[in-house]
Design a protein around this ligand. Structure first.
Ligand code: HEM
Length: 442
């Protein structure tokens, strides 16, 4: 067996070693570390994944200026890593000492005492609080709440005949839903939405800090309200769980659950809608064709996972892994997107295939002990949200070609910035059995 190498890759500008990357497993063919950020990656991440495949099962990447990592792009290697908590830890504390505190990836990787960054018994304790909480929500109640939320949102823009289906629907629906599930009235929903939007879109550090403070304020009020009076909601169930979480631990699990939940749910709804509205096989479905929203969702999970690259892990000891030496504490991420679309195993291309692509295995929910604990609820939410929208706006179409849609830059998500669409305006029908009818039919 070879020994661990001792020198690391240099920054792309040649200024020195990347933070957080110790040794380079192999020299890059082009002597530069591929970037998972910036406009080029956002425009065509799959071209970058294809280039990465020349390295083998893992490739060195840069996830932010000066921050390096190893990316697992092979499906088998991803499973080996995700199912081996003896070798791999989720605790990022030692790593983050090697990376500037203001790095843009820190909000996604910086350690907090929550389910995502813990191992072993501590992880099981936090995870059980979250799974037990979601298990207490009957699926029919969750579906009814999604329908109610979807209808309320569609009512806001239905009469306009046009909408940005990300900003006005896919982004706000999960947050309005979480606001209710965690136990606050709808009047708080818009506060949560603007805080999260500010955190995602804040153009200056001051704006981002202001939004982050607004989010903390929201969670503070949520906890205070539930201390006064418990309810039938996730916050109360987290507080009263036999795991006996401290107040601080409850806050961290709430923040994590909302954070882990809203972004991929938005992207799953958005990416699936984008497919449906540009592929005739789905378009005709809206009036009785072959493929359904469920097919679009499975197509996205297979070929365009909403979380593209994540599952940050750090080896507890130097380890020789699928042809590479990885040093203790070095950052390794899993590319669900690259692994899923690896030649020979994935449903190639963007289509769902004749019978839909629902059957194949994929890593969109990750795998192993940290895999998404609420995938059933997430599927129910996304499917219902899409069914509701396409049921009411049956002639909906995009106003820009699919190839011109823009994606938010960043290494972790496959996230549309906007999804502009038009449709025949609708308005509430006070008298009818259904709440809507097309104004064109009046
Ligand atoms: C209701 C919506 C959702 C909630 C509340 C939620 C919650 C969570 C939580 C709490 C974790 C951490 C689990 C752990 O560390 O043990 C997690 C992990 C994960 N979730 Fe979800 N999730 C939601 C929707 C989704 C969606 C739609 C996707 C994408 C298809 C997704 C993909 C993932 C992935 C890939 C992980 C693993 C992350 C990692 O290990 O770094 N989730 N989710």
């Amino acid at each position: 067996m070879t020994s661990p190498p001792t020198s690391g890759p240099s920054g792309t500008d040649g200024t020195g070693p990347l933070h957080g990357v110790m040794p380079a497993p192999k020299a890059s063919p082009r002597h530069e570390v591929p970037k998972l950020y910036g406009p080029d990656f956002a425009a065509d991440p799959y071209a970058v994944y294809d280039r990465l495949r020349t390295y083998g099962a893992l490739a060195p990447v840069e996830i932010a200026p000066g921050v390096g990592a190893m990316l697992v792009i092979d499906y088998r290697a991803a499973l080996d890593l995700l199912h081996d908590p003896v070798t791999w830890s989720k605790d990022s504390r030692t790593w983050q000492e090697t990376v500037p505190a203001d790095s843009p990836v820190m909000p996604m990787i910086g350690w907090r005492p929550n389910v995502l960054f813990s191992d072993g018994e501590e992880h099981e304790r936090y995870r059980k609080v979250i799974t037990d909480g979601f298990d207490r929500i009957p699926p029919q109640d969750l579906r009814a709440l999604v329908v109610e939320t979807a209808d309320a949102l569609i009512a806001r823009f239905g009469a306009d005949g046009e909408a940005d289906l990300i900003g006005q629907y896919a982004r706000v629906l999960p947050l309005m839903l979480f606001n209710r599930l965690f136990g606050l009235p709808d009047s708080y929903g818009d506060r949560l939405i603007s805080a999260i939007a500010g955190m995602l879109e804040g153009n200056t550090p001051e704006e981002a800090a202001e939004a982050s403070a607004a989010f903390e304020g929201y969670v503070g009020e949520l906890i205070a309200a539930k201390k006064q009076a418990r309810g039938q909601d996730l916050t109360s169930w987290f507080m009263d769980h036999p795991a006996e979480l401290s107040d601080e631990e409850v806050i961290h699990q709430i923040v994590l659950t909302m954070g882990a939940g809203h972004e991929p749910t938005t992207n799953l709804i958005g990416n699936a809608l984008a497919r449906m509205l540009t592929d005739d096989r789905y378009y005709s479905t809206l009036s009785g064709g072959a493929l359904t929203p469920r097919d679009a969702i499975h197509d996205v999970l297979q070929n365009e996972p909403p979380m593209a690259n994540y599952s940050t892990h750090f080896p507890k000891r130097d380890v020789y892994f699928h042809g590479n030496w990885i040093r203790t504490g070095q950052l390794v991420l899993v590319s669900y997107a690259a692994a899923n679309t690896q030649r020979g195993r994935a449903h190639a291309g963007t289509g769902a295939g004749a019978g839909g692509s629902g059957g194949g295995a994929h890593l969109a929910w990750s795998a192993g002990p940290h895999s998404c604990p609420v995938r059933r609820s997430a599927l129910l939410i996304t499917t219902t949200a899409i069914e509701r929208l396409t049921a009411w706006l049956s002639d909906i179409e995009l106003t820009v070609p699919h190839g011109r849609l823009a994606y938010r830059p960043g290494p972790f998500h496959r996230a549309l910035t906007r999804l502009p669409a038009r449709f025949t305006p609708i308005s509430p029908d006070q008298a009818g059995a259904t709440p809507w009818e097309s104004t064109a039919n009046r």
